[in-house]
Design a binder for this molecule. Structure first.
Ligand code: CMP
Length: 140
């Protein structure tokens, strides 16, 4: 098992409901270390660059409008197999399919407003971390 880093976003539906601490507790309880974190308010254009891979999807406009609607918390999680571990902690994209105890099962409101984002592979994690953080901001 390798020590990895993954990009996590606590989304507007969760920051709005004051759930940042509860979600961070789930990450930390799973052994993930928060090595960088900041609260920012994305513009719709910035959200569009982050989610460019989805730009042809029918939900792209809804997704970018939502991500710019309220502040988000962007963070880097570090640990053994951090990418897949974080995806386990988050649960399935659609909260209706998320396993009990996962972030999305407990907190997500819908497939669109699903409380958290996590990188899906090492290559995307590297690109997504670099979108929000400089090397100096990653404090392991
Ligand atoms: P995330 O892991 O951030 O990656 C892409 C996001 O698109 C996903 O979580 C969902 O929030 C969103 N998404 C996926 N499918 C739909 C959908 N059918 N309708 C609205 N949003 C969606």
């Amino acid at each position: 098992m390798a020590i990895e880093r993954t990009l996590s976003i606590i989304k507007p539906d969760a920051t709005k409901r004051n759930l940042t601490g509860k979600i961070n507790a789930k990450f930390e309880d799973a052994g993930l270390r928060i090595v960088a974190q900041k609260r920012i308010h994305l513009t719709k254009a910035q959200a569009g660059v982050f989610y460019a891979v989805h730009k042809e999807r029918p939900f792209f406009d809804e997704l970018t409008t939502f991500m710019a609607s309220e502040p988000v918390v962007v963070q880097v999680l570090e640990g053994e197999d951090a990418i897949s571990k974080n995806r386990e902690v988050m649960g399935a994209t659609n909260p209706a399919d998320a396993a009990p105890g996962t972030v999305r099962a407990e907190f997500a409101e819908s497939v669109g407003e699903n409380s958290v984002h996590g990188s899906d592979a090492p290559e995307t994690a590297a690109v997504e971390i670099a979108y929000f953080f400089s090397g100096l901001e990653l404090v392991g």
